[in-house]
Design a protein around this ligand. Sequence first.
Ligand code: ADP
Length: 257
Amino acid sequence: MSTDSPLLHLEHVVKNYRKLRAVDDLSFSIQPGEFVGFIGPNGAGKSTTMGSIAGILNPDSGVIKAGGVNVLDDPINARKVVSFVPQHLELYGYLTGLEYLQFVSSAKEIAPEDAKTQIEELLELSELTKAKHRLIKEYSGGMARKIAICGALLGPPKVLLLDESFVGLDPESTFALQQRLQRFCTEQGGAILLSSHILDMLERLCTRIIMLASGKLVLDQPMHELHELFKSKHGPNNLTELYLEKADKLDIVKKGS
Ligand code: ADP
């Protein structure tokens, strides 16, 4: 794999919450077109890592670059490169779904005609067209998550961070959105970091898996290598078995992360 110009680059990132080291000397790079599944037990440091990449949290040390922009030194330009859908959504409840997407488009400085086309396409594939004039505060949890993903895809950005974004989504729109995310990587050259505990979904969607435990990187492997491993006679048969083996070896289950 080329390491020429990664879309996302983390180098020795450390983030402490008082005495707790949530992210511990974390380094990895993600290239254009990669769809990375971000796994690890609760408390492993996934959300903290994503919040740091998105510029919401300040790491104690290390370097984070998105699309070549230093996130810590130049947060305004970094925000033009990275879109983040956090686990705990903070949307504008008194906007309709359509108004929200129009607001995001203007914040991202997308030309109005282009924005209109993108919004229509995203509302349609996420099955929110009928609900576009309803207030977001009246949306179900799944609908709110879908409108947030649509907003994040507008642009498009270069890097998309999705923190547990598939929780509570119905199968029909999940499938369409997942295909759209894959096209974001394959056709638009974007990079995705998706944290999730739905390991069979990640196994199907992702081109690479990164696992954290206690803030440290404990696995970083391309999906095609993992598929080969799962086909071999010995060893894990799927990502869930691999995860459980790894967790057992690291004693995560007994100690907590
Ligand atoms: P994950 O997303 O993998 O579940 P987090 O990044 O949310 O992990 O949490 C990593 C560690 O940091 C956990 O031990 C968690 O309790 C702690 N943590 C997260 N946010 C805060 C916070 N705002 N203040 C103090 N500790 C936090």
